[in-house]
Design a protein around this ligand. Structure first.
Ligand SMILES: Cc1cc2nc3c(=O)[nH]c(=O)nc-3n(C[C@H](O)[C@H](O)[C@H](O)COP(=O)(O)O)c2cc1C
Length: 307
């Protein structure tokens, strides 16, 4: 796929696919809706999102509040013609046991398939009990295999190409766990890895916000996420496209993730603290960096730290 620039919207901001026109109009190259689950669910009780403005950090325990993939499809059917690619973030319904997770993901994939350009299989949210266990062993292989099967049959039926399937991983994995996940993903010929989701770790300071249960994102996640990108790139010799997300607040942060190995980028917290002008400042800032570099094209800068 071709993107007008590398910067898009991270999952979780538009869980109900309500603002597709808005994401286009602020200049993003792509948006990601969801997390969408097979079943409608309310998510955790409020309050469930907290901010630390000074640290530019968020803690959230939303718990996949969303109307479910059936209702999301109705909304997507009514939406106007798209100007940018729309990705869907797929999660698992809370009541679905881990052993049946593959059906939960693949049912949403089947329903959304005609209306979405790229799918992200999210096995890394810290806010659905045990969801992160799906990153390991046969769970992951089974989910990916089932989703690939559905993707292939939808493509065949509609006489069109398969859609890219990516997996989104947690930043809290050990090196061994990370490499095992990459091995499975490469075995299944997954199209890319989104690194990363929120962290269960907390910055080294005390503040009442950091006592809240949930995943932490924003600036405290930046380095941890970049190091995951760096490791994935070097372990795969740059063969698997990486989507870099975690603590991108300005063009320097964006460039750091590109040179570590990310092809595309996303942000959530950056929009909370910097507002919609973030897109313009990142895209213009990246252009400036490119002009001052030895590279002709942004694609040449991807993974350049490794060369
Ligand atoms: C309130 C909130 C809700 C989120 N919901 C989802 C989600 O449904 N699915 C998902 O994969 N990531 C979700 N995320 C994680 C973000 O997509 C992103 O990976 C993470 O926040 C790191 O990026 P950032 O530092 O730019 O915020 C959510 C994040 C926040 C703050």
């Amino acid at each position: 796929m071709t993107y007008s620039h590398p910067f898009g919207l991270a999952a979780g901001m538009d869980k109900r696919a309500e603002a597709l026109r808005g994401w286009e109009s602020i200049g993003l190259a792509f948006s990601e809706i969801g997390g969408v689950t097979m079943l409608e669910q309310a998510g955790n009780p409020k309050p469930r999102m907290f901010r630390h403005g000074g640290d530019r950090a968020l803690i959230n325990r939303m718990g996949f509040n969303n109307p479910g993939s059936e209702k999301i499809v109705e909304r997507l059917k009514r939406s106007q013609q798209r100007l940018i690619p729309v990705w869907a973030n797929l999660g698992k319904s809370k009541v679905t046991p881990l052993d049946e997770a593959k059906n939960d993901y693949s049912t949403s994939l089947l329903r959304l398939w005609p209306y979405v350009d790229v799918f992200v299989i999210n096995v890394s949210s810290p806010n659905t009990p045990d969801l992160r266990k799906l990153q390991h062993g046969t769970y992951l292989k089974d989910i990916l295999t089932e989703c690939i099967k559905v993707n292939e049959s939808c493509a065949l039926e509609s006489n069109s190409s398969k859609k890219p399937l990516l997996i989104k991983i947690a930043p809290d994995l050990t090196v061994n766990e990370l490499e095992a996940i990459i091995d499975v993903a490469m075995d299944c010929e997954i199209d890319g890895i989104v690194a990363t989701n929120t962290t269960t770790e907390r910055p080294n300071r005390s503040h009442k916000v950091y006592d809240e249960t949930g995943g932490c994102s924003g600036l405290p996640l930046r380095q941890q996420s970049t190091e995951m990108i760096r490791h994935i790139y070097s372990y795969t010799n740059g063969k698997v496209p990486i989507v870099g997300v975690g603590g991108i607040m300005d063009a320097d942060d964006a460039w750091e993730k590109i040179t570590a190995g990310a092809t595309l980028l996303q942000a959530y917290a950056g929009f909370v603290f910097e507002g919609p002008g973030l897109t313009k400042s990142i895209v213009h800032g990246l252009n400036k960096k490119l002009k001052n570099s030895e590279f002709q094209d942004i694609a040449d800068a991807v993974g350049s730290d490794h060369r």
